[in-house]
Design a protein around this ligand. Structure first.
Ligand code: ZN
Length: 332
């Protein structure tokens, strides 16, 4: 039997309090750490810096995840740069995704593929249509490329920010993936791989972009997300996942976060950001909304896309600066 959370007025108050007492500190800490981190990041001249994803506030005492507040947040605004209309997601499977550890597995890869194939056009993802501006029509759709790259451990088991970019360029230059200015290249690492600028300690994922002479718009947009099994208590909201793979199920919310940020702020921060540099998904990070369910294995989930259940953070509407889990039915 599914356990269901429906937020009554009293429960909504409790959720807001939880968001203030439990979620607020990690979220605020992350922004401060992100700002501090800029000084020792390898920033290319004239290039935007990385946008981090925060760490996890974990379950509330109700057994469900932090629902998050329902009010308007500080406004997000458009800064006249490029937006992506319908991004194409490419996956680079770094490391070994055929391990016998129950998480870095072909079945885990399929969870990611199924998510990227089904998130576009969903009631969840269509909130990004509120970011259409500057002649760009953000469609709320996503295309998953069937072309993938699998470079193994071509740069060892500890990667840097610069190496992530190299891995993307090598996947293109080898012919494994096309050079696509409309693409978001996800470097997804198996759980035995470190990202030395702070995966598991400062962030769970990030996205950025670099210039390119190979794409029609002069840009390459890419993202790093590591298997959350490397630090399940930091980078996943729960230690069991709705698809039975806690590490990859945890990655899904981070991939969603980075995808919608890359969609609406592909070249940070020339797209949509608030006055402190937070992008749309940053403002709703680690909040999961008023509609939560419990799967038979005890995992919490908050949406069904295709044939799978997922637990994914909410995303901001640019129309009212509120966080939603379902834009079509206005469920927060
Ligand atoms: Zn972010």
């Amino acid at each position: 039997m599914k356990r269901v959370l429906t937020v009554t007025f009293a429960a909504a108050l409790a959720a807001v309090l939880c968001a203030l007492t439990t979620a607020r500190l990690p979220h605020g800490t992350t922004r401060a750490q992100s700002a501090q981190g800029l000084s020792h990041r390898p920033v290319e001249v004239g290039e935007p810096d990385l946008i981090d994803h925060g760490m996890n506030p974990h379950r509330t005492e109700t057994g469900f995840l932090t629902a998050g507040g329902t009010g308007s947040l500080s406004p997000i605004s458009y800064h006249n740069g490029q937006l992506m209309q319908t991004p194409t997601a490419y996956v680079i499977w770094y490391g070994n995704w055929n391990r016998g550890n129950g998480t870095d597995t072909p079945a885990g890869q399929q969870i990611v593929r199924d998510f990227l194939s089904s998130v576009g056009g969903s009631n969840y993802y269509r909130v990004n249509t509120t970011y259409s501006a500057g002649g760009y029509n953000v469609s709320g759709n996503v295309t998953r490329s069937t072309r993938e790259a699998a470079p193994g451990y071509s740069h060892g088991t500890s990667l840097s920010d610069a190496t992530i970019q190299t891995i993307v360029k090598e996947a293109i230059n080898s012919g494994a993936l096309p050079a696509d200015g409309n693409g978001v290249y996800f470097v997804l690492t198996s759980s035995d791989v470190a990202e030395s600028s702070g995966f598991c300690s400062r962030y769970c994922g990030w996205h950025t972009s670099t210039s390119s002479t190979q794409t029609s718009n002069g840009r390459l947009r890419y993202s790093f997300v590591g298997n959350a099994a490397r630090c399940i208590t930091s980078c996943a909201a729960q230690s069991v996942g709705p698809n039975g793979n806690a590490g990859v199920d945890g990655m899904i919310s981070v991939v969603a976060h980075e995808l919608e940020e890359a969609n609406t702020d592909p070249d940070p921060a020339s797209g949509w950001v608030d006055s402190s540099g937070a992008e749309n998904a940053d403002k709703c990070a680690w909040t999961f909304g008023s509609r939560q369910f419990t799967a038979s294995n005890g995992a919490v989930y908050n949406m069904t896309l295709g044939s799978r259940n997922y637990l994914i953070q909410r995303n901001l509407s640019a129309t009212d600066n509120k966080c939603y889990i379902d834009w079509i039915n206005r469920i927060q």
